[in-house]
Ligand binder design. Sequence first.
Ligand code: FES
Ligand SMILES: [Fe+2]
Length: 334
Amino acid sequence: MPKQEFPFPMPNGWFCISRSDEIKPGEVKSLKFCDNQVVAFRTESGEATVLDAFCPHLGAHLGEGGCVKGETIECPFHAWRWNKDGTCAEIPYAKNFPPKAKETQIYHYPTKEANGFIWAWHHLLKEEPYFELPMLDGFNGDDDKWGKVYNYEYKINTVLQEIAENDVDQAHFPKVHGSPSLPETEAIVDGIYRKTIAETLMDPNNDSVSEEFKVEDQGMFTTTFTRESWGLGCVGLRMVNLPPSGGEFIMVNASCPVDNKNSILRWSMRVSKDIEDEVGMAIIDGIANGVLDDMPIWDNKSYVANPILCDGDGPINKFRKWVSQFYSEIPDTA
Ligand code: FES
Ligand SMILES: [Fe+2]
């Protein structure tokens, strides 16, 4: 059987293009986002902006040598300036501003900042955003209860759907992650929102936890692990009732489809201060390393459109039905 490449187009939704603190006022980044070349920049007043990368004048890449001037980005080739909405602001040497330049607009991706990240809206048919991003507890300046934030970034050689399917693929946890039991996963779906709740047995001395963070005097414990997804780009995770004193763990998974073979995951994790010293790093480091176990599978797997499933496999078909809403059919232009 030949390898089946993932058959769907780039998904629709809010996706993460950067951490907020990685693009400072006046900074410019060249990125690949949903199979498009884009430029992300932050204006001098602090607004994050994402535009298609190529200058309509003669095609220079605005992210490769372009610079922020006030509220505009200046092209590295002939110094035309472009506004945040992609309209032309200024042509430094033209005596007459050409009418065509007045009508031109570089595609501008709707952009939001939330939970410590910059998000851009992608829709294959360029439709406007039809859902909101959540403001997640513990990641929007509300720090009193929470310990230090730990950030991780992963380049993954597959698409977001395959990565997200992992959450409901309960039978892979013992084999791939060495989990002590099969978690029972329950999925609740409401439009673009999906929530899974898994009663999970955790081991702070699991193989995924680096030696330096193991907690020898803490045995296995059961926790309720909740994952909430807003489309395929934004996931908020929470564990409650953690030892030794009933603390909590929270996490944001901010995902970016790079193209049809590559994705970037950016994670922020923290635990409540009451358990930070005792088990904080055992939990955070164990989760951060756990994804490394999945990578060899993702690097090599084929997409199976009609899998043979059994009763212990978890709600995989329910997940696939939910996720199908994020793909536009490619219009027939023939
Ligand atoms: S290509 Fe951008 S100003 Fe000429
Ligand atoms: Fe996994």
